[in-house]
Design a protein around this ligand. Structure first.
Ligand code: NAD
Length: 299
């Protein structure tokens, strides 16, 4: 028969990505998630639900993974995909994980005759839904091309080849390091402005016409009602969970240690997102650092 596509990990991101894949390709798509609930709407759309990850590994010729964190990817690749996939299969990991782990898994896959690229994404849940994600891809040029043609172009609008395996993850954690720090900076400034008696809408308008402007101030301001479409205006629901931001800053910190690069602001931001896990903001969008700072008012 022809080519079969596989997808493992159908959470916030993966379910929406797989839905676009089903809409835009005629190839069979076989899926598996340890949480059966996450697969029912995709089954109704025509996906084949496998009984296990091993079944996906045995049936698919190209396999995408969208799993929570490094340890999940290591377990799924090590125990399920690499031992059971057919020779020549292309593995595409879209999760945000440690770049050294991606490199090690790709080397292990190679010994079994499997190709791997790391392809973390930006664009969030909205981009996954709309099929407008950006993929930052590390791997051999032929593998990156094959990943783009077989899967990624159906789920995103931009595929950037970053270099060898692991460089997709490097690009992703550097971007999220900037984003995580910037969010704290905007939250501090908005808190200060409001506490001093300024209208937050006017303040944000000034910032957006000045040198403090960023993606956060333009589209994702953490102060409620300033940007109506932002999670902050919807009780910080949806979006990018603060526990995922904490994870990504942790990856950046670990990677930085290996090469001896200091991340003073990254470390401080990571500690703030860690404190939020204790205060029940872990599953809320990371812009809820604004809420957290509200509760931590000094005298
Ligand atoms: P999620 O927790 O919603 O989804 C992960 C899914 O993996 C869950 O459905 C879970 O059941 C499944 N899973 C766990 N172990 C499994 C296993 N052994 N086999 C099969 N399925 C398994 O997370 P998410 O928000 O979709 O994020 C996934 C990845 O994408 C993360 O690395 C995250 O950092 C990254 N990311 C997320 C966003 C975002 O806005 N949510 C944006 C960019 C990147």
């Amino acid at each position: 028969g022809g080519v079969t596509l596989g997808f493992l990990g159908l959470g916030q991101m993966g379910s929406r990505m797989a839905s676009n894949l089903l809409d835009k390709t005629d190839l069979p798509v076989v899926i598996y998630d340890t949480n059966p609930k996450s697969m029912s709407s995709l089954e109704a759309k025509g996906a084949r639900v496998a009984a296990s990850g091993e079944e996906v590994a045995r049936q698919a010729h190209v396999i995408m993974t969208m799993l929570p964190a490094t340890q999940h990817v290591q377990a799924v690749f090590g125990d399920i995909i690499i031992p059971h996939a057919r020779k020549g299969t292309l593995l595409i990991d879209g999760s945000t994980i440690d770049p050294t782990a991606s490199k090690a898994l790709a080397a292990r896959a190679k010994t079994m005759g499997l190709d791997m690229v790391d392809a973390p994404v930006s664009g969030g849940v909205g981009g996954a839904e709309a099929g407008t994600l950006t993929f930052m891809v590390g791997g051999d040029v032929q593998c990156v091309k094959k990943a783009e043609v077989s899967m990624l172009r159906h789920m995103g609008k931009k595929v950037v080849h970053c270099g060898p395996v692991g460089t997709g993850a490097i690009a992703k954690i550097c971007n999220n390091l900037i984003l995580g720090i910037n969010m704290v900076g905007v939250a501090e400034a908005m808190r200060l402005g409001v506490a001093l008696g300024m209208d937050p809408h006017i303040l944000n308008g000034v910032v957006n016409a000045s040198s403090g402007r960023s993606w956060v101030t333009e589209t994702y301001n953490p102060c409620p009602t300033v940007v109506p479409s932002a999670p902050s205006s919807h009780d910080y629901q949806g979006g990018f969970a603060s526990k995922l931001m904490q994870k990504d800053l942790g990856i950046a910190g670990d990677a930085a240690k290996v090469v001896g690069v200091p991340l003073p602001l990254g470390a401080a931001a990571q500690q703030l997102y860690t404190l939020m896990q204790v205060n029940d903001l872990g599953n809320k969008d990371f812009s809820s650092v604004y809420r957290f700072l509200e509760g931590a008012r000094g005298s």
